[in-house]
Write a protein that binds this ligand. Sequence first.
Ligand code: SF4
Ligand code: SF4
Length: 484
Amino acid sequence: MAQQPAHAARDARAEASRDESFRDSISTVDKRGKRIWVYPKKPSGKWTTRRQWFAYSLLALLFAGPFLRIGGEPLLMINVIERRFVFFGQTFWPQDFLIFVVGFLAFIVFVALFTVAFGRLFCGWACPQTVFMEQVFRRIEYWIEGDWKHQQLLNKAPMSAEKLGKKTLKHLSFFSISFIIGNTFLAYLIGSDELMRIITEPPAEHVSGLIAMLAFSGAFYGNFAFFREQACTTVCPYGRLQGVLLDRKSVVIAYDHKRGEQRSGWRKGEDRGAVGKGDCIDCKACVHVCPTGIDIRNGTQLECVNCTACIDACDHIMDSVGLPKGLVRYASEDEITAKKPFAFNLRMKAYTAVLLVLVGALGTLIATRSETRTTFLRTPGMLFQERPDGRVSNLYALKVANKTPRELPLRFEVLNVDGGEVMIVGKPIVLQPGELASGEVFLILPKDAVTAMKNRVIVGVFSGDELLEKVTTSFVGPMKPPGT
Ligand code: SF4
Ligand code: SF4
């Protein structure tokens, strides 16, 4: 009988022994539902360093964001209270609803496309939760309490002056940083000028601002000091989407099970291939560094935030035992099992086409966006009025919104009919930033310009000499006898 090759027998054994029970529970909760605290070993290596510098650039941008100005406006502000939103110096109001909808759809498609192609790259590299947790709070913890084993010992040890000192220092540092994050978050909501007023003016004048400041700081402190990886593994909706979006072609952080199995301890000088052993020496270095407490060798899991720590840990081990690096690496399941390189597949092409259409629509909407949004609606039940001077008028309900961050004194002109006039009923209209005003106006046209029952009139909305918007409406006039 022909002998089965060592690697085929090894693959068959690996397949048979694959235990999927880890999928029935999350690694940070025990059988009684009690939290298992994760003590990840401090990671180091090429990917960790790259992520660290990338995270520092993001943090610099994040903290500078509310204070950077473009044309006097912040880089980014999401003021839900005043319903005013600033992106790259451009102010948007709820009146720009269509832009928000298209922008939101484009964002969702972009996230889906990105996830289909590159898995949770965003989680590991750019998500504020991972960036703050791994690059700020965890680093402070390592600095004060030491690496994972020291932290475990410290937590098990009875209370002492040293333990009290370390815990106090850690939590004071955590709260101080949470306070800075909370203030920055508030600045994104209300603007940096308003934040400075809360900080510099008497507390009694800004009670709600101070409450918000403390609430945000407390929430960030609770999250980063205690809740930690649970935000990614149990709360984040993006994490839950992975099961739907990822396929065998998605590039994720993966363990090369073809190469790694059968895993077995390291023996110096042994020819592992000859005795049917894979390259994984079962040292669990990849498990020890994992901040979500999982074993990447079990395959792609919802808890994996693609933080790269296990790549560095395994590369280091491979290096030290003289095996090629990359047993854990960025790869798709197809690449591992069938050696297929990354391909731009049909699903990605479809998402890209939809994304391009949405981005095109968004660009057009922004480029053609007017600074006001005006509607003239003819008063229901009223026809036209013949005026003593021989002209004809229609009464309209006017609604006009100011989408700029500046005050706008408005005037209106009929653009397509000589001798046409717009008469505002009541006071002149001066709109504050973001204000939506309503009123009544008469459109007045010379009688000989009214050539049909329904006439098309274009009204220009001006502030000073600047034409802000053109609005088309209909004007009802007297029916002309035939032949006149
Ligand atoms: S499995 Fe690896 S990449 Fe995923 S969270 Fe754990 S250490 Fe990070
Ligand atoms: S670090 Fe590498 S060799 Fe060690 S257990 Fe993990 S995959 Fe196997």
